[in-house]
Design a protein around this ligand. Structure first.
Ligand code: GDP
Length: 468
């Protein structure tokens, strides 16, 4: 696929960055892109063999500091000659030992050859600007890097393979066809023959514009939760089993743990995968380290926490009579976004008075034992049903699932298409009808990045990490 993007101030500097994450690992990669990539490699790389280095083939050798002649690391290097590379420019990747010092040293040598440090996402931005991928595919790269569940991954892969791009392309073709007819009608206003067949055009618009646009918007709405996930807070008095519940959920679901670097507190984010939905447990450290926090902070704070979370699990101890604080807790929660979870059912016979308390009326209740794991699958079902309003897990399959930005543009395109239908019905002059066609085309152009402004592009690529 080819997309041409003419930008007068295109930056032609050679860029370089460490492409692998910091920290231990077997291999670290330095990536270089631009006309200076090959010269940079030649300046610092001493291949073992004297054979000429061929594109897309790994070459073994040493990185030697040209100023001091000091060996830096034993590496494998690859050149990917333009245009068959990630950025469509000459790209060089150096695979070295993944030590921070080694990576920094090699990067410094590369920068000395005249390359500059790449900005976040700049390699992918170049792939987009050079027409290898459209904007929806560039966005898919970030989503692929950040996907937390199989479903999120599948959505990103489908978009990276051009799923959304191709659908948009098809709709744009329909619009271009309509525009061509309108242009003839504008150019030959006095023709006797009817140039615009209103009935056929309306049918075309409904089948090839409205229907697919509506389907994509629906898909965006359904997929949103799989892409963005939800946040959950577990509330409850000390010793009701909050840490135990968290631990058994984490064990059950192979939690995805992400460290967030650059924060002063050592925050570890933990995600559960509940039927494909990434579920973030808020304030995990707080639950673990300070079991009394909830009691100290009381109901007011609990209310505040509810505002931060998409879902509250209010945990009660089913093995004892409910104390008044719990009744206050129950009264304070919003049943639309809270589940009452009764723990420790292993300690009580079924149907005891505590388990069927009058104050639970009309509120969703799940009975579990964090200790034995009983009821956990039902808890997950209940979480899923409450946040999606559905019973069944959604299979994104090969469907494309637009993100929020893309959905906004789709909405605009849909509104323009509806105005287009109306303009046709009202027999408006073809030049006025053509305005709506152009408006729909422009909105779709935003999705693939043809009409996207520089600010929006910056916002999108800022989300990337350096080296991507
Ligand atoms: P937290 O203060 O709310 O985080 O409560 P903990 O998770 O630390 O649990 C308090 C006590 O209750 C611990 O001794 C747990 O072993 C125990 N406990 C937690 N859940 C259960 C359960 O389902 N059944 C039983 N029998 N004990 C539990």
């Amino acid at each position: 696929m080819t997309i041409s993007r003419q930008s007068p101030e295109r930056d032609s500097a050679t860029i370089a960055a460490i492409a692998t994450p910091p920290g231990g690992g077997g291999i670290g990669i330095i990536r270089i892109s631009g006309t200076g990539a090959r010269p940079a490699l030649s300046a610092i790389f001493h291949p073992k063999s004297t054979r000429e280095t061929r594109s897309h083939q790994l070459t073994y050798g040493w990185i030697i500091d040209p100023a001091s002649n000091r060996p830096v690391d034993e590496v494998m290097a690859v050149i990917m000659t333009a245009p068959n590379s990630y950025t469509r420019e000459d790209v060089v990747e150096i695979q070295c030992h993944s030590s921070y010092l080694v990576l920094q040293n090699i990067l410094a040598l590369v920068l000395k050859t005249g390359a500059r440090l790449a900005e976040p996402g700049e390699f992918t931005k170049r792939a987009f600007l050079n027409g290898r991928i459209d904007l929806s595919q560039a966005e898919a790269v970030v989503e692929l890097l950040q996907a937390k569940t199989g479903e999120g991954h599948q959505i990103a892969v489908s978009q990276l393979r051009g799923g959304l791009y191709e659908k948009i392309l098809k709709i744009r073709e329909t619009l271009a066809g309509i525009r061509a007819i309108l242009e003839v009608a504008i150019d030959f206003p006095d023709e006797d023959v009817e140039i615009i067949n209103v009935v056929a055009m309306r049918e075309n618009i409904t089948a090839y514009l409205l229907t697919p646009l509506q389907a994509m918007i629906e898909s965006a709405d359904r997929g949103k939760i799989y892409r963005e996930g939800i946040s959950v807070v577990i509330l409850g008095r000390p010793n009701v089993g909050k840490s135990s519940l968290l631990n058994s959920l984490l064990k059950e679901d192979r939690a995805i743990v992400t460290e967030i670097p650059g924060t002063t507190r050592d925050i570890i984010e933990e995600y559960l995968d509940i039927k494909g939905i990434p579920v973030r447990i808020i304030d995990t450290a707080g639950i673990r380290e300070n079991a009394e926090a909830v009691e100290k902070i009381g109901i007011r704070k609990a209310r505040e926490k509810q505002q931060d979370a998409d879902l509250i699990l209010l945990l009660l101890d089913g093995s004892n009579k409910l104390p008044p604080e719990d009744l206050d807790f129950i009264a304070s929660i919003d049943p639309q976004k809270a589940l009452i979870v009764i723990n420790k059912i292993d300690l009580v016979p079924d149907h005891s008075e505590t388990l069927d308390h009058a104050s639970f009326k009309n509120r969703p209740v799940v009975k579990i034992s964090a200790k034995t794991g009983a009821g956990l699958p039902q808890l997950e079902e209940a979480i899923f049903t409450l946040v999606t309003g559905e019973q069944k897990k959604w299979e994104p399959g090969h469907d494309c699932v637009p993100n929020v930005r893309q959905r906004n543009s789709l909405n605009q395109a849909l509104a323009a298409s509806r105005r287009l239908l109306r303009a046709l019905s009202e027999n408006l002059p073809p030049d006025l009808i053509a305005i709506e066609v152009q408006s729909a085309l422009d909105s779709l152009g935003d999705i693939v990045g043809e009409t996207t402004t520089e600010d929006i592009l910056d916002l999108i690529f800022e989300k990337f990490c350096i080296g991507k």
